[in-house]
Design a protein around this ligand. Sequence first.
Ligand code: ARG
Ligand code: ASP
Length: 733
Amino acid sequence: MKYIKLYFLVALLIVSCNTVKQTTQVVENEVAIVDTREIQGGMWIPSLLKGMNENEMQLLGSKMTAEDIYSVNNSSLKDAIVHFNGGCTSEIISPNGLLLTNHHCGYGVIQSHSSVENDYLKDGFWAMSYDEELPNENFSVTFIKRIDDVTLAVFEGVTPDMDEAAKMKLINQNILKVSKAAQKETWQDANVKSFYNGNQYLLFVTEEFKDVRLVGAPPTSIGKFGSDTDNWMWPRHTGDFSMFRIYADANNKPAAYSKDNVPYKPAHHLPVSLDGVEENDFTLVFGFPGRTNEYLPAVGVDQIVNVLNPAKIEVRENALKIVDGFMRNDTEIKIKYASKYASIANYWKKWIGENQGIEKSNAIQKKRDLETEFSKIVEEKDLVGYKTLLSDFERLYKEIESVSLARDYWVEVAYRNVELLNITFSAFQLEQAFLRGGEQAFESRKKSLLNSFKGKFKNYSAKVDQPVFEKLVSLYAEKAPKEFMPSNMMNVDFKALSNDIYANSKLTSLEGATELLSGTADEVIKKLNEDKAYVFGKELHTIFYAKLEPKYQELNLQLAAVQKKYMKALMEVFPNKRFFPDANSTLRVTYGQVKGYAPKDGMRYANTTYLKGVIEKFVPGDYEFDVPKKLVELYNAKDFGQYGDNGKMPVCFIGTNHTTGGNSGSPAIDAHGNLIGLNFDRVWEGTMSDMNYDPDICRNIMVDVRYVLFIIDKYAGAQNLINEMTLVHSKKK
Ligand code: ARG
Ligand code: ASP
């Protein structure tokens, strides 16, 4: 794929000349003419920043070189960034492996150490010394040691005349070969990921640490202040942070938990700036964005916005309403369901914002306009291979619509939101394992299943789950496409059905499930197939695997092939545009500036919020807006220590960095490489940035690091943690 590299070089040169226009901005002592809007947005590969990105960052105010951010031979910012248990991002802020991430990223861990008597969610947790730090099972953080372009090796032997399935098969074989052959140390891993929809492949050499301990967390009334009401919103006042520490063996290498392990010594830790931010300050966010769909055709966005999102929103809305009713009246249920509720509510709300943003910004029409232009150029230049792309999209999206919709209903109802059905799904996989791999496969599956059931049932209440089942299964029966509907869902009295199932199934408790799974494989399978919940779930899962998923995969493979070609075509047809690869949970750099925005005509949001705003939102005793007494006292006494800013305590700020899910916990870094904030969210009007980044209204939300320090120091009295950090004044030099 030489053209890619060549193309990049050309695009790079053109872009770096072309961006210099429009509004005036002072850069150092000279006046450069830059429309900063045109050089923001994008999640860039850290090993490829030299050139265009480095140039853009400097135009935005950065004083760093590409090498300061990512270097294989010298320590660089990347050595302080880790993937946090595969989901969030976290950064090292001391020479002793101290990690900072979001409260909502540490939430599951904090919850797992909590009970009604010892409620770290409610009261917070602070380790005052190493030996008070809490170890965690099945938990890890991962460093990126090196990134190599392996595109050529991955495409070896692939020819244009092969069909898609054969191409993918060979590509996957090559990927395996490349990962196996990768140069790495014995304790490291190597894996290959696809970029630009399969037009480029990069190899990542990684290092995973499994002894990661909980160090500190503020109470939920700080770390999750505003909860779901404020989630995805600005102005925001959440101190969304928690702290962990990486432990290593005596040689500073990854090791399983041991009390003899010692705090990890990183190649780099981020100095922490006490100087804060102001409008237009440069910001860089470094982390692991999960997934974006920036290059979908209009018809694809249309389907998400008008067909799929509304269905998923409706399912979750119903589930949330029921669970919320129980949580408000029962503390034990509240603790059990807090984490699950938050994660269901999170995307429910995001999809609503996304739909509104797409509509308001006219994104679908804008995509159509771009496609018109695209077709015009394709015709003019007679680019034969690209002529049918848009009509292929139209046809395939039409074909896949009911399949995707049915699949979303299955995922949302049978897999995600009705817990009993999720349990039947695990049991279904157990039966499948037996059918495919016999006794031995059965036994090993059973073992891991029983293990996972322990965790699941710890936070399960059949009393909550039954009404969710009744409501969601009725919705499924009523609204999911009929061609994939199991017969046991037709003409059913769901109230009677749910009463029957929840009264008689053994799968509604750990004891019942354990009893059901005891005995030989034959006995267990027989018992399972007599269990009412299992029998019901099995039909749904059988149809899913027999009809739904194969059809979906078949169409999706075709769509992916068109998308891959379209991506390549876009880059060729519009050589002056900036193209970053969609997020794929790999390490990326995004940059921008601190900036307020106008959510509506006649309204302007400031870029920073203050503790004053926390007090304004304070509702004593409320489960979302309560404020701890000590924080109110500190506020009244204006006791902000060295962290205040002219008598005010900053809490959160926003910037134009292009982020997505997975970027939570990512550091916000200033022009000199110091930590200024902690990314945790985006603003409501801009959640559409996953499909349509718009520099006018897309903003990421960060906790001001001075608020983090203030809470640790003044609120929690954990000076031990402050003392191990490197606090700097980066502005007042
Ligand atoms: N919206 C943020 C993100 O996607 C924060 C989520 C925290 N959860 C919540 N329900 N408040 O992760
Ligand atoms: N809150 C998100 C996260 O957890 C970040 C986002 O979607 O903006 O990664």
